[in-house]
Design a protein around this ligand. Structure first.
Ligand SMILES: *Cc1c(COP(=O)(O)O)cnc(C)c1O
Length: 464
């Protein structure tokens, strides 16, 4: 039974015209696909495409040729992955967008991940002493140097860091915290829930807007194990307020022989005000103020991978390291490689703002954004088609992920509108591009924030 290999003829109309799976597989045009994919996988995808063809025929579509069918099969197999494997373009104006993976990594960190992925490494091996090592070795010296702390430990994220500290130091006992600091971050991190999960009991003191030194003093008793301070990352209380400074909380706790855990959330390793940016607590300053342990995230302003960093007094850090939860919460080698490289940049890079994408995003000049907007505008308008108006406008970006809360970062955006097309429709068109472009709708226009756009190509999808 000779089949016409290589000759792809149009298939006639009607259901009977849909080719058999085997017929598609045997076609010469399918050969390159058979080299790259398992036969079972190809059969599965061909079946799906043929189902679509049948559905199309029922709607009155023309029957595709075998070549077209194979083209569709190839497209499906080459489709981008879902979730983390799907690249998107972040023009939302939120720099550290939790749903879009927060910080993007520095080139040095990316290279470190690739090397750690490709080759064996001395992850937990002391090469000089030919002995078992410790996975925090890669980051401890840099973390201590950057924060002034005695010791350091890394876990999977800051939520895990707080959980580990509370579990190791306060399980079955009380943790004192101000009512003004009982934060919820992004819906999934609620301080009371994390405390409950650790087995510690939360002892709330003060009120939402005012907490005084005597509130802490009065609450301390035989059941108290830890005093917790939390940076209110994503909100500000204004008006009639009172808070107790960290040095005073430390003095009260230490007088009673209790340790202080300071959760700074994002924290900063470099003084952001030196770059003309709003203030965010410096981890070094919190350590200097006497906090026994300070926890913060790796993928917020630090600009590294998702991680929870714990720095502080040696004796406490060692208790954390020995706790069984530590094993469950420890980061993997790829995270550690990226984190170590990022910390090294913080210590070494003469121009950190150029080396670290997060800081680069924050510090770009407005003329730079305007220039790229003027270049891009007409090209995007042409891509979108007749009637689309694209102009460069002022906009407000935000750091995101609860860092530098309630402070807008002045930015520029492309505002896109069309007389007959609502902004949400334009937004949907750009989301269906390859890669998807994500903006935000404001006052009837789609805004594409330019702060994260370094090359025009960053915002021009390959396919629209
Ligand atoms: C962001 C944040 C957290 C949670 O950190 P993750 O690294 O996302 O787990 C905890 N506490 C504060 C104050 C935060 O800002």
């Amino acid at each position: 039974m000779g089949h016409d290999a290589g000759v792809s003829k149009p298939v006639a109309h009607g259901f009977r015209a849909v080719p058999a799976v085997e017929r598609v597989l045997q076609d010469a045009a399918a050969r390159p696909l058979l080299v790259r994919h398992r036969r079972e996988r190809l059969v599965e995808v061909i079946r799906k495409v043929l189902d679509d063809v049948r559905a199309g025929l029922a709607q009155g579509s023309e029957a595709p040729s075998i070549a077209e069918i194979i083209g569709s099969v190839g497209d499906r197999l080459a489709a981008p992955g879902e979730g983390v494997r799907r690249r998107v373009i972040n023009a939302t104006g939120i720099g550290l967008h939790s749903n879009l993976g927060r910080a993007t990594l520095a080139e040095e960190a990316i290279a470190a991940v690739v090397q750690a992925a490709r080759y064996p490494s001395a992850l937990e091996f002391d090469v000089e002493r030919n002995d078992r090592g410790d996975r925090d070795t890669a980051v401890r010296a840099d973390l201590c140097a950057l924060t002034g702390a005695e010791d350091a430990l890394v876990v999977n994220n800051n939520a895990a860091a707080v959980l580990l500290v509370a579990s190791a130091l306060a399980s079955g006992r009380e943790v004192i915290v101000s009512r003004g600091e009982l934060v919820e971050i992004g819906g999934s991190f609620r301080m009371p829930d994390v405390m409950a999960a650790s087995g510690a009991r939360l002892r709330e003191v003060g009120t939402t807007n005012r907490t005084h030194a005597r509130d802490y003093r009065d609450a301390i008793g035989p059941e108290t194990a830890l005093v917790l301070t939390v940076h209110p990352s994503n909100f500000r209380v204004v008006g009639f307020t009172a808070t107790v400074d960290l040095p005073e909380v430390v003095a009260i706790a230490h007088e009673a022989g209790l340790p202080v855990l300071d959760d700074v959330g994002s924290g900063a390793l470099v003084d952001l005000t030196a770059y003309g940016l709003p203030h965010e607590p410096l981890v070094r300053a919190r350590v200097a103020a006497g906090a026994d342990l300070v926890t913060f995230s790796g993928d917020k302003l630090l600009g590294g991978p998702q991680a929870g960093l714990i720095v502080g007094r040696h004796a406490f850090v060692r208790r954390l390291a020995a706790h069984p939860l530590r094993r469950a919460l420890r980061p993997d080698k790829l995270t550690l490689a990226a984190l170590a490289a990022t910390l090294q940049l913080h210590r070494d890079a003469p121009d950190l703002a150029a080396a670290l994408p997060t800081l680069r995003w924050l510090t770009r000049s407005l003329p730079d954004l305007e220039a790229i907007g003027r270049d891009l505008g007409p090209r995007l308008a042409a891509l979108l088609g007749p009637g689309h108006l694209v102009e460069v406008v002022s906009s407000e970006a935000e750091v995101g992920s609860g860092a530098v809360p309630a402070r807008a970062i002045e930015s520029r955006a492309l505002a896109i509108s069309h007389p007959d097309r609502p902004a949400h429709v334009i937004a949907a068109i750009l989301r269906s591009a390859s890669p998807p472009v994500l903006g935000r709708v404001r006052e009837g226009r789609l805004l594409l924030d330019l702060r994260g756009v370094y090359e025009p190509a960053d915002l021009l999808p390959d396919r629209l």
